[in-house]
Design a protein around this ligand. Structure first.
Ligand SMILES: Nc1ncnc2c1ncn2[C@@H]1O[C@H](COP(=O)(O)OP(=O)(O)OP(=O)(O)O)[C@@H](O)[C@H]1O
Length: 501
């Protein structure tokens, strides 16, 4: 038997195949789009829901991934036998097929989203918390765009799977590509030629959508973007620390009282009390693992405490009398505590300017134009305005940290918290970050700085506190430090640290 080429070529213009191809494309797009939306909520329910919802989402995923699609299709199509009211919808093979495909695919897509969500660094969440960006805004602006970018290749792959799975809908008589082919070869017995044509139409659809998905992926890939041009005039050089005009006030801005925190058996903060006065710069030093980072993170509730209390600006802020409790206005007021993290925690999918404008815009602090101008002014202050249109991956570590400082400053905080701001930097980049911090100190900003930079701590601080094994073993002013005996704990520690640094 000869291969019938002319018959095959005639199928390229067979209208029923083109109609069926459009139907397959439409069914696949609908299934994928609804599945991507529904799957996201199932993933969120599975990860963050209350216990019963997590169980429910887990059971849904387990059940519909176990059930063969063919069984589900036939079940859904025949459901009107049990529930006649569903007949108007489910007796239509397109709707029955769509519902079965969506129910099944949502289970797979939920797991893809879960992978995307799990890949997002915890630091992104912490940065959102510190900037007062709450759940919905956090997901909308920070987590979902990044998680979606990570999940996109796998989601694209799932789309291809869906296109091919639509061929199963032929069992409930949907006139899709395979069914058109079957109808032809049962009449003319040209099975091979007809199946070649069927394959051609599937390959064509998959090729077009692979190209479209690839294009979307490339568009979302910030690593491919070239730094944008900056229209503003670059300042000749970064602002430098002015002669200090700083005065330490008599009012405490932050008051920690008998704060304790244990991780399991290990007490990491042991009855810590500390007042930070307005305009004061307090550096927290101490050996690795002594509890410095834990301490600073308790102030803006990135870390909970077991007992004790924290007051902010003379008002209740965090207490533990009836369990760990934040004051009601916590999330509005946390923005007054700017935080700079050791690992920067910039938003990688946003430009430098967008990183800075995001929180003020979320809090409605002005029009976009006003906020951008303010952001550029703040960037100029840390010597970063020329880089405003770059993405974080296009910056050095020191530049990233200066942007992180500008991002915190954009919320016009009353206090700045620095958690080892130079620890992740190469030695040659440390200076530029310290200079930016020093400038803030000279302007009278109240600051708490966890640092290993002893010389810097001595130069900039009004007070230095030393942690050791969860206890505050020294709390000295600069004068007391100079006057301290050479064999005092704090002086010895500082000397040893400098020698190793
Ligand atoms: N989430 C956590 N779960 C369990 N243990 C923790 C957690 N966070 C910190 N720790 C432990 O608490 C102790 C203090 O950690 P912390 O990060 O506060 O120390 P540090 O003084 O800042 O150290 P370094 O200078 O090395 O950053 C360490 O022993 C650490 O392992």
């Amino acid at each position: 038997m000869e291969f019938n080429w002319s018959y095959l070529f005639s199928l390229a213009s067979f209208e029923d195949f083109w109609t069926a191809s459009l139907l397959v494309a439409w069914l696949s797009i609908l299934t994928w789009t609804i599945g991507v939306g529904a799957g996201f909520f199932v993933a969120l329910a599975r990860m963050y829901g209350p216990f019963w919802l997590r169980q429910l989402a887990g059971t849904y995923i387990w059940f519909f991934r176990s059930l063969p699609l063919l069984v589900l299709l036939i079940f859904v199509y025949n459901l009107p036998q049990l529930v006649p009211a569903l007949r108007p919808i489910l007796s239509n093979p397109f709707w029955a097929g769509l519902i079965a495909l969506v129910v099944s695919e949502t289970a797979y897509i939920a797991e893809i989203h879960r992978g995307g969500l799990l890949s997002i660094d915890k630091g992104q969440d912490e940065a959102a918390h510190a900037l007062g960006i709450r759940s919905f805004g956090k997901y909308q602006k920070i987590i979902v765009p990044q998680a979606f970018r990570v999940a996109l290749p796998t989601l694209g792959n799932q789309f291809i799977t869906i296109v091919k799975l639509t061929s199963l809908v032929s069992v409930i008589s949907l006139a899709e590509i395979l069914l058109i082919g079957q109808r032809l070869y049962t009449r003319n017995f040209l099975v091979i030629e007809t199946l070649v044509a069927v394959s051609f139409y599937y390959v064509l659809i998959v090729t077009i959508f692979t190209w479209v998905l690839g294009w979307i992926e490339r568009r979302m890939d910030v690593a491919r973007r070239t730094p944008g041009e900056i229209e503003i005039q670059a300042p000749k050089k970064a602002a430098t620390a002015a002669t200090s005009t700083r005065l330490v006030g008599a009012d405490a801005v932050i008051e920690l009282k008998n704060v304790t925190k244990a991780f399991g058996q290990k007490t990491v903060l042991d009855d810590i009390s500390l007042d930070v006065m307005s305009g004061e710069v307090v550096s927290v030093i101490g050996p690795s693992g002594s509890g410095k980072t834990t301490l600073i993170r308790t102030i803006n509730a990135l870390q909970d405490i077991d007992s004790g209390s924290i007051r902010f600006h003379g008002d209740d802020w965090i207490d533990t009398e009836r369990g760990y409790r934040l004051v009601q206005s916590f999330h509005q007021d946390v923005v007054h505590l700017g935080m700079v993290f050791q690992s920067f925690n910039l938003f990688p999918h946003k430009t430098v300017l967008e990183n800075i404008v995001m929180a003020p815009s979320y809090h409605g602090m002005g029009s976009t134009a006003e906020l951008e101008q303010k952001a550029l002014d703040t960037l100029a202050k840390v010597g970063m305005s020329v880089h405003a249109r770059k993405y974080p991956h296009q910056l050095s570590g020191g530049q990233k940290q200066r942007v992180a400082i500008a991002r915190a400053l954009a919320m016009e905080p009353k206090v700045m918290l620095f958690d080892e701001p130079t620890s992740a930097l190469d030695p040659e980049l440390v200076g530029e970050v310290l200079q930016a911090i020093e400038l803030l100190a000279s302007e009278g900003m109240t600051m708490v700085i966890v640092t290993h930079e002893m010389r810097f701590a001595t130069r900039i601080s009004d007070r230095i506190v030393m942690m050791e094994d969860g206890q505050m073993v020294a709390k000295v002013t600069k004068e007391e430090l100079f006057a301290a005996a050479p064999d005092s704990r704090i002086k010895k520690f500082m000397e040893q640290s400098e020698a190793h640094g």
